[in-house]
Design a protein around this ligand. Sequence first.
Ligand code: MLT
Length: 315
Amino acid sequence: AELIAHIRTLMAREKAVLVAHYYTDGDLQALAEDSGGLVADSLEMARFGTETSAETLIVCGVRFMGETAKILNPEKRVLMPSLAATCSLDEGCPADAFSAFCDAHPERQVVVYANTSAAVKARSDWVVTSSIALPIIKHLHAQGEKILWAPDKHLGHYVQRVTGADMLLWDGACVVHEEFKGFALERMRRLHPDAAVLVHPESPDEVVNQADVIGSTTQLIRAVVDRPEQEFIVATDAGIFWKMQQLAPGKKLIPAPTAGEGATCESCAHCPWMAMNALQNLAQVLERGDQDIQIPEDIRVRAVQPIQRMLEFAR
Ligand code: MLT
């Protein structure tokens, strides 16, 4: 409680607002919500950053989320508790190799997931998040466009199946969702026959194929609130349970099984980089004012266009 009071004092001093992703620890999500900030997915985080009048944005999440905030709001200071909080999708899509891939397929619209570096975004025509990937690809497909998609192959494959679009996929995956296993999930479903299965589409096909609901964090949270079932097997990062429990306190949430854990696994999937965000380093970054995101201006001016295209489409 003392640490939280200290952070609140520092936030007021720095005219700072806290934006936390659903995958971060519950104490950070609670603080963001109680202090006039936001808990959300990456699309809503990006939008909120452009709407707040705060001079400093503190982004609790992974690095690309802080970068997106800075790209959209170059006049604001964007701080993160840890600049080392990366993302396996971002790491698996280096800008040089990606650019060469795009050069080899000039006839395709380049659509990249928000989980990429600023330089990769700068090479794209569209940025999408998981909450808006389907409608944007449907829109491009309806216009007869062929797509080059990066970096998440599982999400890309899912979007391709649903929309029928011609999509060339980069070979990337999220280390957290990649761990969910189809066979163990089948056994878990037999143990919980009344549970609805909620799956994030960054998961492998054999897991997605067993889902009652396939969706982004926001869509999976809505499903827990809206659906009649009392039990849910959830295949996404365990950080999401904080919000699900808050909005649907009576419902039972069961983490989907990860590699090697078997059907009764109570352990859960959690992104090691999301876990780098904590109250302690949040206090430190506010005290020191370091750990701010910088984006070279030549990259920023190119990266902002595909992000704004997404935000306008989402309106
Ligand atoms: C995001 O966009 O924040 C992540 O892909 C997680 C999600 O919302 O599905």
